[in-house]
Every structure is written in structure tokens, then in C-alpha cells.
Design a protein around this ligand. Structure first.
Ligand code: ADP
Length: 398
């Protein structure tokens, strides 16, 4: 069965068509600048030529219509008709406490996702627009919602509660939710397979280091802690997000620069992280590693602070699980960069980690990067959130 995976943002839409039976990618692409001048569709059929078409897309329905046209197009389409698309899997950012697993999309589910909008005002409404557009264009095709937050719903209360007045939890459900759940789940399962061990017997830490970054602790098959919180702003240092800071800094900036709360949230979400630390040099880890290797001061500082924070979380999660069997690196930076894995592991001597330099040097390849003598296993595992969404969708509709 072919599954269309849709990841809808406020002005963009990424898609993949995956054959769930053999898990092969059939085509992928993205729509950018939806509802803005200069919108374009990038369409890449597997084994075929990648095409970029600048074409107006007034809204998400129009964008999905163009995606479906590209997939069924006589010239370079990959299916004869929409009947060959068996189901649609939608990535939904926030499922609140309502969704601890993926679910078939019904009118009640749509309502429940809408009720989570206050928790993710930028993301969930865009995800819902994607669902609505598919409902219009592919009536009768089953659809599944796969939540970024669901995997983390197993966290115990001591991990998800904030020490602020309890009424904020009771009345508004303010708590840690965590994100990137599909990635943390996919990578931790792959780690168990690569180690030839039972998932339920392991203590695993997953470091998802991309433009957005988060880390999770998975004990005996269940997520017990993760670094992102009510929103994706908390935790590790990211491309442009600050991660953990003293909340009083918000008042300090307001008082010294006269900024209002929205302006300060923009500073913390868009101007901070490694971009801020490097004094505006770059939010892109590749640029920072290149400059680090040339000894440029701002990038050396930035990478040291970044790696130290990751290592500190690994220590905390080792304590949370009373040990760790495997530490996994994934996402753009984690899965591709031997440099960052080495920098983080340099702090973890107490775990008896011995890096296998040759294995670590391979880029974007799945595998164990520690020697046979290493007391703790370290793995590099390219994440594949779309495949994980296709699997979840297939499991519910087949
Ligand atoms: P997101 O999905 O959150 O936008 P990604 O997981 O795609 O982010 O990661 C993007 C980051 O990965 C970028 O900062 C990019 O520089 C970094 N990256 C990709 N390849 C490499 C590499 N070979 N070495 C270092 N960093 C890399």
C-alpha cells in the first residue's frame, strides 16, 4: 500500500510517497511560500529528475492539489491515479495529553487536535489545514494523525511537572510534553535492532541534533524524560532557539531594551541558539564546524558551549535511568558529524566510552561507533521521521 506522508507548516508543506509494503520511497518534495508571492513546488520522483516549478499557491488546498497532480502526472508521475494512494499520514505537532499514540482521523479527532491549538498556536492550525485540504481532495481515503508529542506521554509526573503554581497544570495543562517523538522512537528502536538486544531491556539516550535539537531517555522501552518542554524552546541549544535559560533574563531584556513579550520570544526563538552564541555568524552547524576547525574564536566558543550542554543532559539522563546502555546521535548534525560526536563523548569518560575512529568517520551511515571494549555503546543513526509516520499509518489502516 502506498502511503502519502504530509508535514504541513504555516507556509510550507513537505511530502513523501512511501510504499509501506517494502518501505521504499516512491517520490518526495515540498511546497514553499504557500500563500506568499513566489510559491514553488519541488518534486523528486525516486530515480527520476527533480523538478522545481514556480507556480502560484494561494493556500494549502491548492498546494496539495499540485502535489497530487505531480504524483499522477502522465510525464513524470509515479502513480496512475489517486486510487493508488491507500492512506495519508499527517504529522501533527501537539497532541497534548489526549494522544499517547497515533490515531485514525475522524471528526472527533480533528476537534481534539483543535483543542490542543493553544499549546502549539503556530503549528497545530497549519497541520489541521493539511488534514482539511486532503479531506477535500481525497474524500474517502483513510487518514492517520501521528503526533510529535505522543512518544513522550509515558514520562512520569516527576519528569513532566514544572515547579510553578499547580493551577497552571490543573487548569491549562502547562507541563513538559516534548517533541521529535517520532524520531526518538524510530532511532531508539533501530538502536536495539543494531545491538541485537531486546528494546524492553535497554536504557537508551537519543540525542536528536538538528536545527531543532532535543534529547530523550528511554528506559525499558518507555520514554522517561526529554529536554523540550511545553514548547520546543526548552532544553538543548539549537540553531536559533536558546534552550534552557534563567527565566529572569526575559525581564532583564524587557527592562534594558524596552522590548515587549512577543519581541523577546522572537529573540529567544529566532536570534539565539548557536546563531546568537556565535554573535550572528551562523545558525548552520556545518558553517560553525568549518570555522571551528580554522580556530575562529566565536565558533570555538559556540561549539564548546553546545557540546557541553549535550553532555550535561547525557549525565542527567544517565542518572534518571540509573545507567545507560546506548547513546544515539541523530538528525542533520548528530548523524552526519563525527566532530560533534567526538566533542560530546570527550565528556563521557566515566561511562567507559571508547570511540572506534574508523566507524565514527563514516558520514550519514547507520552503525555502532564504539569499540567492542567500550563499556557503553554509542551509535550514529540517521533518523527517518517520514518512514516512521508511514509505518504508523500502515499499521492502523491495513
Ligand atoms: P531540521 O530538520 O531541524 O531543520 P536537520 O536535522 O535537517 O534540521 O539538521 C540541519 C543541521 O544539520 C544544519 O545545521 C546542518 O548544517 C547540519 N548538518 C548537515 N550535514 C552536516 C555535516 N555533514 N556536518 C555538520 N553538520 C551538518
Amino acid at each position: 500500500m502506498n502511503i502519502l506522508v504530509i508535514n504541513c507548516g504555516s507556509s510550507s508543506l513537505k511530502f513523501q510517497l512511501i510504499d509501506a509494503t517494502d518501505e521504499k520511497l516512491i517520490a518526495k518534495g515540498l511546497c514553499e511560500r504557500i500563500g506568499i508571492e513566489g510559491s514553488q513546488l519541488v518534486y523528486a520522483p525516486t530515480g527520476g529528475e527533480k523538478v522545481t516549478a514556480v507556480t502560484p499557491m494561494g493556500d494549502h488546498t491548492e498546494a496539495i492539489r499540485l502535489v497530487l497532480e505531480a504524483l499522477t502526472n502522465e510525464k513524470n508521475g509515479v502513480v496512475k491515479s489517486l486510487k493508488e494512494i491507500g492512506a495519508v499520514g499527517h504529522r501533527i505537532v501537539h497532541g497534548g495529553e489526549k494522544f499517547a499514540s497515533s490515531t485514525m482521523i475522524t471528526d472527533e479527532v480533528i476537534k481534539a487536535i483543535e483543542e490542543c491549538n493553544t499549546l502549539a498556536p503556530l503549528h497545530n492550525p497549519a497541520n489541521l489545514i493539511g488534514i482539511d485540504a486532503c479531506k477535500k481532495l481525497m474524500p474517502g481515503t483513510p487518514m492517520v494523525a501521528v503526533f510529535d508529542t505522543a512518544f513522550h506521554q509515558t514520562m512520569p509526573e516527576e519528569a513532566y511537572m514544572y515547579a510553578i503554581p499547580y493551577k497552571y497544570y490543573r487548569e491549562y495543562k502547562v507541563r513538559r510534553y516534548g517533541f521529535h517523538g517520532t524520531s526518538h522512537s524510530y532511532v531508539s528502536h533501530r538502536a536495539a535492532q543494531l545491538l541485537g538486544r531486546n528494546y524492553e531491556d535497554l536504557k537508551i539516550i537519543v540525542c536528536h541534533l538538528g536545527n531543532g535539537a532535543s534529547i530523550s531517555a528511554i528506559k525499558n522501552g518507555k520514554c522517561v524524560d526529554t529536554s523540550m518542554g511545553l514548547t520546543p524552546l526548552e532544553g538543548l541549544i539549537m540553531g536559533t532557539r536558546s534552550g534552557d535559560i534563567d527565566p529572569a533574563i526575559i525581564k532583564f531584556i524587557a527592562d534594558t531594551e524596552g522590548k515587549n513579550i512577543d519581541e523577546i520570544m522572537d529573540v529567544l526563538n529566532k536570534e539565539s541558539g548557536v546563531l546568537g552564541l556565535s554573535d550572528g555568524f551562523s545558525s548552520d552547524f556545518r558553517d560553525l564546524v568549518d570555522a571551528y576547525e580554522k580556530g575562529e574564536e566565536a565558533s570555538v566558543r559556540t561549539m564548546k558551549v553546545f557540546a557541553y550542554h549535550v553532555a550535561k543532559y547525557v549525565g542527567a539522563y544517565t542518572a534518571a535511568m540509573n545507567g545507560v546502555d546506548a547513546i544515539c546521535f541523530t538528525a542533520g548534525f548528530g548523524e552526519n558529524s563525527a566532530f560533534i560526536r567526538t566533542l560530546v563523548c570527550a565528556y563521557l569518560g566515566y561511562l567507559g566510552i571508547e570511540i572506534d575512529e574508523e566507524a565514527n568517520a563514516k558520514r550519514g551511515v547507520e552503525g555502532i561507533i564504539t569499540t567492542a571494549d567500550s563499556r557503553t555503546n554509542v551509535l550514529a543513526i540517521p533518523t527517518n521521521e517520514e518512514l516512521a509516520i508511514a509505518r504508523e499509518t500502515f499499521a492502523l489502516v491495513k
